[in-house]
Design a protein around this ligand. Structure first.
Ligand code: HEC
Ligand code: HEC
Ligand code: HEC
Ligand code: HEC
Ligand code: HEC
Length: 641
């Protein structure tokens, strides 16, 4: 299929582009094109949506926008559709998006006359321009600039914004919904205001005309006593709390350096860092069908972390799933895979963790239902389903035959990389059955596809598999959602030798498993043709600009939907996720500025989405089964608040 498609694609590139260029808006390799996923909500060029619910981005200070993007990704601000878009992007790319929107200079909308009484407005004006010394409230102009157009680098302007938006943001600080970098001066200020004052200020601000120069000022006016007493975290340099030192080589002899690489491969930070918390300080929930289990603090803190642990204690946890004090650990900590980690690698990981700054973060109590919250239940489970791996010493002995590359691949896939923890099927008690035939991820509807199906990824070439893991994409597929996060935090750092070893082992798995890919049933095919016109029409309108009139995509930019692996999966789950939530590919060294797909959940009805997905699953030679309105509806109910 791949070759034939590529051939078709070359033909299309060579012959048809001039016609296509006449018919559709020209594609450009630009930030504007990349940010189409953002402007779907924020309005063309980030000028704000028509109803004022989506804030303007254009022209706001870049430092401010950047901090907001981090705030959403790290859980200090809450808007789920934005957070899920940002989860696969790194800081460098967020900075670029911020600079792009900041540099746009667009006219502001005319001020909206306010319905408030003159007395209310005058009171609001006084608070904004003079503050209230009696309660220690500085004038808003002290920080937001005398003209209220903001102050670089990180204080936004307050004019030209809808009153509803301003009111909601101040309310967010009052109720603890919105946070800024600590110390959060705005939380303090917002809580000094009564509800009436807050809405009067919002209405007064939105009724003001903008000055001719709308640029943010270079510096703040001279401080008064009230502002001097208040520090804003956004004036402080950013600490890279989430950043983890990285070294790309496994051959380095220094154990801590090797350990840093191994920790990437095991994605320890992915589970052991809470959103917005310090790296490795624990507290992130791992959802299971039995409840939520919170990860431990792995920093060298003596009280809450592993500061007092020995290398033997650490090895016991990884190899046997037993903590230092002897209690059994829950397999949400994937020691069911890590038990294959060798002693030398365990010691290297331990040496690396010891180099981290200690974080005094107390553990979060697990939230499990009875009887799963008892050590007895856990011990029974372990007796039934867990045996520590017999191969321990070198970490390179697991796996078939004697080929050292295959052995290394088996070790990385089955052990350190713990790929089966998502891709392996499980029994009703959550135990891995040992095959890689695919599984639903708990807590979401994402489907991690089979890794052993010869018709699936295991049938890709070694180069294609390695590219998928190291860059997040290849000619056939694109890593999305949870897999894009695995690529972002872990597999993009694979050395070439390790990527090749994994690819070879994944291909070897295919030879041992029968195909489980669905052959479409006649009834499904009949269903697909029920509303083909509606689906085709919606596709033409909403999707063809990016994915191409014939679903051919654009190489390296927009995935082809014709012959697309995800489109033809038996379960439509991942397609529904992509369509509803949109998403960016992972930002990787090889592809640092991925393009984005806008979320459609707010734009399209369940019936429209069902018709659209059924259409793309049956068009252009695709063979997926119909998607029903019920599938979409079920999804909405489980995913959305
Ligand atoms: C589904 C609609 C949607 C999409 C898509 C979206 N946003 Fe937002 N964005 C919002 C909403 C709503 C808010 C305001 C949330 C709140 O009230 O805190 C917001 C807030 C923001 C803010 C804070 C603005 C301010 O002045 O404080 C920034 C910055 C931002 N978005 C950037 C982006 C970027 C960059 C993208 C693309 C990667 C994006 N958004 C995609 C809906 C969206
Ligand atoms: C001590 C400095 C300071 C003072 C005084 C101050 N602000 Fe702020 N304000 C900030 C900073 C810094 C931010 C950016 C916070 C962040 O990074 O989220 C901000 C953000 C805001 C925002 C969010 C804007 C947006 O686009 O989302 C609003 C609204 C706001 N301030 C209103 C006010 C009002 C009203 C007053 C006066 C009653 C005021 N501020 C006084 C420093 C200040
Ligand atoms: C899929 C999520 C996940 C990943 C990936 C993960 N852990 Fe954990 N880990 C957990 C959870 C959850 C716990 C808590 C288990 C419990 O309390 O029963 C834990 C516990 C531990 C413990 C026991 C701590 C204690 O106080 O007993 C150690 C040691 C540990 N992890 C090390 C690692 C290392 C090293 C890596 C990377 C190679 C790693 N973990 C990767 C989820 C994860
Ligand atoms: C946190 C869960 C999780 C982990 C861990 C994980 N995956 Fe995935 N993987 C997924 C999901 C979900 C998808 C489907 C989304 C997509 O296609 O990107 C996926 C897709 C894939 C695909 C594309 C499959 C196809 O048929 O299109 C490959 C290949 C893959 N993963 C390999 C791996 C390897 C190798 C590892 C171990 C290093 C791994 N995954 C670890 C969740 C995970
Ligand atoms: C602005 C360009 C753009 C538009 C418009 C767009 N997409 Fe996408 N689409 C993308 C990008 C970029 C990706 C890759 C994102 C990722 O990896 O998560 C993608 C991914 C997908 C995927 C997942 C493919 C895979 O390999 O996992 C599907 C399915 C999809 N789009 C369907 C649609 C449909 C249906 C529409 C119309 C309703 C649409 N897209 C509109 C840019 C777009």
């Amino acid at each position: 299929m791949g070759h034939c498609l590529r051939f078709f694609y070359l033909l299309w590139l060579g012959l048809v582009i001039p016609l296509y260029a006449l018919a559709a808006p020209a594609f450009e390799d630009s930030m504007a094109q990349r940010a189409l996923a953002c402007t779907a909500c924020h309005g063309a060029q980030g000028r704000a949506g028509p109803d004022g619910y989506y804030p303007r981005l254009a022209g706001k200070p870049a430092g401010y926008l950047y901090r907001q993007l981090r705030n959403f990704r790290e859980g200090r601000r809450h808007y789920a559709p934005m957070t899920s878009l940002l989860d696969t992007l790194d800081d460098a790319y967020l900075q670029e998006l911020a600079s792009y929107f900041s540099a746009l200079s667009l006219p502001y909308p005319a001020p909206r006359p306010s319905a408030s009484s003159a007395q209310e407005l005058e009171q609001a004006r006084r608070l904004v321009q003079q503050g209230d010394a009696a309660r220690g409230l500085p004038a808003c102009t002290q920080c937001h600039g005398l003209l209220l157009t903001g102050v670089n680098p990180a204080t936004p302007g307050l004019l030209g914004l809808p009153a509803d938006y301003l009111n909601a943001q101040l309310g967010g600080w009052q109720t603890g919904q919105r946070h800024a970098d600590a110390p959060d001066c705005m939380a303090h200020i917002a809580r000094l205001l009564s509800a009436n004052e807050t809405s009067a200020i919002a209405r007064w601000l939105s009724a003001q005309a903008l000055p001719p120069n709308t640029q943010a000022a270079a510096r703040r006016p001279t401080a008064t006593a009230a502002t001097l007493a208040l520090q804003c975290g956004s004036d402080l340099p950013l600490t890279a709390a989430g950043a983890v030192p990285f070294v790309a080589s496994t051959t380095l002899s220094d154990p801590a350096t090797r350990g840093a690489y191994l920790a990437r491969m095991g994605n320890c930070a992915g589970c052991h860092s809470a959103r917005g918390g310090m790296a490795y300080a624990g507290g992130r929930a791992v959802d299971t069908p039995f409840g939520s289990i919170f990860s431990s603090n792995l920093t060298p803190d003596p009280l809450h972390g592993i500061g007092l642990w020995s290398a033997d204690d650490f090895w016991q946890a990884l190899h046997q799933g037993i903590s230092k004090d002897g209690h059994a650990l829950y397999p949400a900590f994937p020691y069911t895979s890590y038990t294959r980690i060798g002693r030398a690698d365990s010691d290297a990981l331990f040496a690396f963790l010891k180099t981290l700054p200690a974080a005094s973060v107390a553990p979060t109590a697990h939230r499990l239902r009875w009887p799963y919250n008892t050590q007895l239940a856990l011990k029974t489970w372990r007796t039934l389903f867990f045996t520590p791996s017999a191969t321990q010493s070198t970490g390179a002995t697991a796996g078939p035959a004697a080929d050292p590359v295959l052995q290394r691949g088996a070790y990385l896939v089955q052990g350190l990389g713990h790929c089966m923890e998502c891709h392996g099927s499980r029994n009703a008690l959550g135990a891995l059955s040992g095959d890689a035939s695919g599984a639903l991820l708990p807590g979401s509807l994402w489907w991690a596809p089979s890794l052993s199906d010869p018709g699936g990824a295991a049938g890709w070439s070694e180069a294609e598999l390695a590219a998928f893991l190291q860059t997040g994409r290849n000619d056939r597929a694109q890593a999305s959602g949870p897999m894009a996060e695995v690529v972002l935090h872990s597999t993009q750092y694979l050395s070439d030798a390790d990527a090749l070893a994994m690819a070879r082992y994944l291909r070897a798995m295919a030879q041992r498993a029968p195909s489980t890919l669905a052959t479409p049933s006649p009834s499904a095919a009949a269903g697909a043709s029920r509303k083909p016109q509606q689906g085709a029409r919606l596709y033409e309108k909403h999707c063809a600009d990016c994915h191409g009139a014939q679903g051919q995509g654009r190489a390296g930019v927009y995935p082809a939907l014709a012959g697309n692996h995800a489109v033809n999966q038996l379960l439509p789950n991942n397609l529904i996720h992509s369509l509803m939530e949109g998403g960016f590919g992972a930002a990787t060294h090889a592809n640092p500025r991925p393009y984005g797909m806008p979320p459609f959940m707010l734009q399209l009805s369940d019936a429209d989405m069902a018709a659209l997905l059924s259409f793309i699953r049956s068009a252009w030679g695709n063979q997926g089964a119909t998607v029903s309105e019920f599938d979409i509806n079920k999804f909405r109910r489980t995913q959305l608040p």
